[in-house]
Design a protein around this ligand. Structure first.
Ligand code: 5GP
Ligand code: MG
Length: 450
């Protein structure tokens, strides 16, 4: 879980990278970084913390350059160290290679071991460094060839932006697990990023997805596109369920429309008599709107959200996770009192959020609480870059729907069906990775299963 951006321009890009990263902040709040090429060499500034806190006027002065990349990193178990922040920068063969990655490789451990046996030293403990090392190792004068050779070795999910001399390079794995888009402005400025928001905000037209397997090189001659091999689409459906912004249109699916349709479909699959539909904001909101509209039950705001909390899911202890749910969302007694409530959320992972909210909504006077989830039960870990915990912490991997209902204290509980969710994409063909719901892994994650 991360966000990447790269810009190739005729003018300074440091502030644009900063604004772009700000609009990708939801994809990672642990660390952030920017690397630019100033015409002679790479300049890198990165550290732990939010984009807004990490850069100021002084850093923009240092980071002056017309080509650059940026990264926001999500907290994942065990790896929360400054040395793991990105972009990564390496020096090899008298060249500088800088790279930022979103996704997760499934075979980085064995490649790392092999490289270590050859004498390579690593500066980080992340899979991304393996990509950087391979590109540098395979480089013999043609950067695209080096990327192709790297893609032949690495397996799993990778959406990568890279700086090499005065070139911006980007590549996406053949399954297209994680999103990546490219846009160009009328002035010829090219932006590549994890979502469309930064492209729209900084200002580009002709926005399109970087295709699975595609390798893009941007230099003073414009955009050059190449392919590693045929694609086999496995776009992460959880991007639309939860991870991406509501305004994201990724690989032909708009996340707002998807969430809203899921709500409509769920209201038909699992109707209930109630007085009000409320959302668990923000990612549950479009689903709740859809549920309300389709069922005819009025939509109301029953939970007040603290806007300054960010995404608070990966706290180390259960106590901290519960406290952060409390801090983040507070029930609105005047709305809930004596009412039968349908609560719509995007997903149940550990069950912490629902359990805590239902208890507090009942305390605030809600007569009945019916939980409706606009994604199927999350039963399997993700090996391609979404930080779903191991099976023992996934409530749906260990309990039936009825048992979960009881544990979270709901009067009823329903999840959308797999077919319902797929129908909400509006696409005829199934081109999605649903491994967190069904355990079907398109790229064997053997090395990562503990
Ligand atoms: P639970 O509390 O059941 O563990 O998680 C479900 C809640 O966390 C939902 O409200 C959902 O919006 C949110 N959520 C689901 N997946 C993720 C994730 O990967 N990261 C974060 N930060 N929140 C998540
Ligand atoms: Mg949520």
């Amino acid at each position: 879980m991360c966000g990447v951006i790269g810009i190739h321009s005729q003018s300074d890009v440091s502030k644009k990278l900063f604004y772009g990263l700000n609009s990708l902040q939801h994809r990672g709040q642990e660390a952030s970084g920017i690397c630019v090429y100033d015409g002679e060499s790479m300049v890198l500034e990165k550290g732990m913390g939010l984009v807004y806190d990490n850069f100021d006027d002084e850093s923009f002065l240092k980071l002056s350059g017309n080509i650059g990349i940026g990264h926001v990193r999500y907290a994942t178990a065990g790896g929360s160290h400054e040395y793991n922040s990105q972009p990564l920068l390496a020096f090899s063969k008298n060249k500088e290679f800088a790279l930022a990655h979103n996704g997760n490789l499934v075979n980085h451990k064995s490649i790392r071991k092999e490289l270590e046996e050859e004498g390579m030293l690593f500066q980080t403990s992340i899979d991304t460094e393996v990509i950087l090392s391979l590109v540098a190792k395979f480089y013999e004068g043609d950067i695209i060839e080096a990327v192709k050779k790297t893609m032949a070795r690495i397996k799993g999910a990778y959406s990568v932006v890279m700086l090499f001399e005065d070139k911006l390079v980007a590549f996406r794995d053949p399954n297209g697990f994680r999103p990546l888009l490219i846009g160009e402005s009328q002035k010829g400025e090219v932006i590549i990023a994890s979502e469309n928001a930064p492209l729209e905000i900084i200002g580009t037209d002709k926005i399109r997805d970087v295709k699975p397997s595609e390798i893009i090189l941007v230099d003073e001659n414009g955009i050059h596109s190449d392919f590693y091999e045929k694609d086999n689409r496995e776009h992460c459906i959880f991007e639309y369920v939860y991870f991406a912004r509501t305004d994201a249109t990724l690989d032909g699916v708009n996340s707002y429309n998807f969430r809203r349709r899921c709500g409509e479909i769920l209201s038909k699959e699992a109707p209930v008599e109630a007085d009000l539909v409320i959302a668990v904001p923000d990612s549950g909101t479009p689903g709740a709107m859809g549920y309300a509209q389709e069922s005819g039950i009025p939509f109301a705001e029953g939970l007040v959200k603290n806007r300054y909390m960010g995404r608070t899911f990966i706290k180390p202890t259960p106590e901290e996770r519960e406290l952060s749910v409390k801090l983040k969302l507070n029930p609105l007694e005047t709305v809930l009192k004596d009412k039968r409530i349908v609560v719509v959320d995007d997903s149940i992972v550990r069950g912490t959020t629902s359990k805590n909210l239902i208890m507090r909504m009942k305390k605030a006077g809600a007569k009945e609480v019916h939980m409706r989830i606009v994604s199927p039960p999350v039963k399997y870990p993700c090996f391609y870059g979404i930080d779903t915990p191991s099976r023992k912490n996934l409530i749906a991997a260990n309990y039936s729907v009825e048992e979960i209902r009881e544990k979270i204290g709901a009067d009823s509980l329903a999840f959308i069906s797999m077919d319902g969710m797929l129908g909400a994409t509006g696409l005829k063909e199934d081109v999605f990775c649903k491994s967190c719901f069904n355990g079907n892994y398109a790229v064997e994650p053997k090395e990562l299963i503990v």
